[in-house]
Write a protein that binds this ligand. Structure first.
Ligand code: PEP
Length: 260
């Protein structure tokens, strides 16, 4: 049976833009992205601008259930406590977030996040009602040493271990080869499809064929409007996680359109 998965395109703004530019970008996207679109767009601004961006896209008017939603770039795995500078899942929900990016390669490499950390965060996000976007992906030297499958398999099994099978339908996996992030060097559609198929196979063993068939697996790494169509044509690529190109409404919407 052919399963039609709803496409999703998330913009990871990272530590960019100021309040005014964040609001202007969000407003521009909100006015151009139709509620009737088949693609869900998720905006992930810096935490301090989440509510301002939420207001700009009409979250308070109940628009958060629509095709335009808010996400965060990270969260802590615990609910509260003495963790200076951190933010908990329930706080993100309180600010209007429906999604959270977890285990981004920058978190893994710059902040030493392990698969165990990502696993704890994934469970906490789900418990709070957030949809985690769990990132995995190999380094260039790992790809060159033909270790991509082994590395991605370890990240998937480690980051998603212990989840009840039904919870797999509530997560999104982002395959982001580290060598493609912010480098302008996008994976070929075939390279991406191969890894997405591998991930789906792993999800089958961790849940069931039926459940794994429902999981959205998005690609990230130098996605631009001019390469998005080819990526979108692959059977296991269900959307994109976009960094640089998410900072320009025209480019970001162009990518979303490719997944329509
Ligand atoms: C990212 O950081 O998740 C990302 C995909 O960045 P870029 O699109 O700039 O490669």
């Amino acid at each position: 049976m052919l399963i039609k998965r709803e496409k999703i395109v998330a913009g990871n703004w990272k530590m960019n833009l100021d309040r005014q530019k964040s609001i202007a970008l969000a407003e521009s996207i909100a006015t151009q992205h139709a509620d009737a679109s088949s693609v869900t767009i998720v905006l992930c601004p810096p935490n301090v601008y989440i509510e301002a961006v939420g207001a700009a896209i009409g979250i308070a008017q109940g628009k958060n259930a629509s095709r335009l939603a808010l996400g965060a770039q990270n969260m802590h795995e615990l609910a509260n406590g003495a963790f200076t500078g951190e933010v908990a899942a329930a706080m993100l929900v309180d600010c209007g977030c429906r999604y959270v990016i977890l285990g981004h390669s920058e978190r893994r490499t710059l902040y030493a996040e392990t698969n165990a950390t990502v696993n704890a965060k994934t469970k906490a996000a789900l418990a709070a009602g957030l949809t985690p976007i769990v990132c995995v992906g190999e380094l260039l030297e790992e790809r060159e040493a033909a270790r991509t499958d082994e590395v991605v398999a370890r990240q998937i099994t480690g980051s998603l271990s212990g989840l009840p099978a039904a919870d797999f339908t509530r997560i999104i996996v982002a395959y982001e080869p580290v060598w493609a992030i912010g480098t302008g060097r996008v994976a070929t559609p075939q390279q991406a499809q191969e890894v997405h198929a591998l991930i789906r196979g792993l999800l089958v063993t961790m849940s069931s064929a039926d459940i794994a068939g429902q999981v959205r697996i998005v690609y990230g790494g130098s996605v631009k409007p001019d390469n998005a169509n080819d990526l979108a044509s692959q059977p296991d690529i269900d959307g994109a996680l976009v960094g640089g190109a998410s900072l320009k409404a025209e480019d970001f919407l162009g990518i979303a359109k490719a997944f329509q």
